[in-house]
Design a protein around this ligand. Structure first.
Ligand SMILES: NC(=O)c1ccc[n+]([C@@H]2O[C@H](COP(=O)([O-])OP(=O)(O)OC[C@H]3O[C@@H](n4cnc5c(N)ncnc54)[C@H](OP(=O)(O)O)[C@@H]3O)[C@@H](O)[C@H]2O)c1
Length: 256
């Protein structure tokens, strides 16, 4: 585990957040878990404390700035500091641009963008005082390039990457590192009904990619490797090609 012993994870009830939190739980870390479904977090607490971890549960919404500030303060106080913040909570929506529907987009932005800033920023003073720590946000392959029918999701993930890039430059030389992970398709509840996925990996494999990137203090890390290669093509692809390869459906679940 190296120096990572105090870990704060949002979106810890299922999927990537659960997987990453469990990885550090098995190594005896002190964890702070955030999600809205308290009953699942309490089940994780019972199971993971039996494996040697210490777990604080914070049931609530990442888009609530005051709530997230109070979680950060409480966790730093209880754990005696913070080594890794994993800003992972996120949602996908059906794209309803043609219907003129703005409400769902506002909701998604509150979670996927404001939820990340609410998670990361309150921990910065504690990390600066320590002179160490990693702030890691989960963006997506979809953040590399605008995707039709995924406009809000794609834009929210681009915002996360840009925000974390700026934070990293801002904190340069302080010992605090800011980074972004860009998963391709991972088999989680978010993607369960997505019929159009490629190079799908399971959560265990995703956790291995993510832990390795965190421990090597990568800046922006796309995985699996096939999606990292595809990223280079997508960067340069003309819009007619993007229109062809983008998801055709306007389904609720999505991933990527
Ligand atoms: N799976 C993929 O293929 C894929 C690909 C690229 C990027 N990603 C990104 O990876 C992250 C995790 O997704 P996942 O695939 O692991 O999906 P998931 O299993 O659905 O996990 C999403 C997590 O976020 C939490 N969450 C959602 N809204 C929240 C809110 N308002 N406040 C607090 N917690 C909230 C959920 O818990 P509650 O419902 O209990 O609140 C859940 O723990 C997301 O940011 C997603 O965009 C996933």
């Amino acid at each position: 585990m190296g120096d990572i012993k105090r870990v704060f994870v949002t979106g810890a009830s299922t999927g990537l957040g659960e997987g990453l939190a469990h990885h550090y739980a098995r190594q005896g870390a002190h964890l702070g878990l955030v999600a809205r479904r308290e009953e699942i977090l309490l089940q994780h607490k019972a199971a993971w404390e039996a494996e040697g971890a210490t777990v604080e549960v914070y049931a609530g919404d990442v888009s609530d700035t005051e709530f997230m500030e109070s979680c950060a303060k409480d966790f730093v106080g209880k754990a005696g500091g913070i080594d890794l913040v994993f800003a992972n909570a996120g949602v996908g929506i059906k794209d309803r641009i043609r219907e003129g529907e703005a409400k769902e987009i506002a909701w998604l932005m509150q979670i996927n963008v404001i939820g990340v800033t609410n998670t990361v920023v309150p921990f910065v003073p504690a990390m600066l005082e320590q002179g160490s720590g990693v702030l890691c946000a989960v963006s997506s392959f979809a953040g590399h390039r605008a995707l039709p029918r995924r406009s809000a999701y794609s834009a929210s993930k681009k915002a996360v990457t840009t925000f974390m890039d700026a934070v990293r430059m801002d904190l340069h030389g302080t010992g605090v590192h800011a980074m972004t992970l860009c998963p391709g398709f991972v088999d989680t509840p978010l993607t369960k009904d997505n019929p159009q996925m490629m190079f799908v990996i399971d959560v265990d494999r995703a956790v291995r990619y993510m832990v390795s990137a965190i421990e090597r203090k990568k800046r922006t890390y796309t995985f699996p490797w096939q999606m990292n290669l595809l990223k280079e093509i997508v960067f340069r692809a003309p819009e007619w090609l993007m229109r062809k390869i983008a998801p055709q459906s306007r389904t609720k679940t999505m991933g990527q």
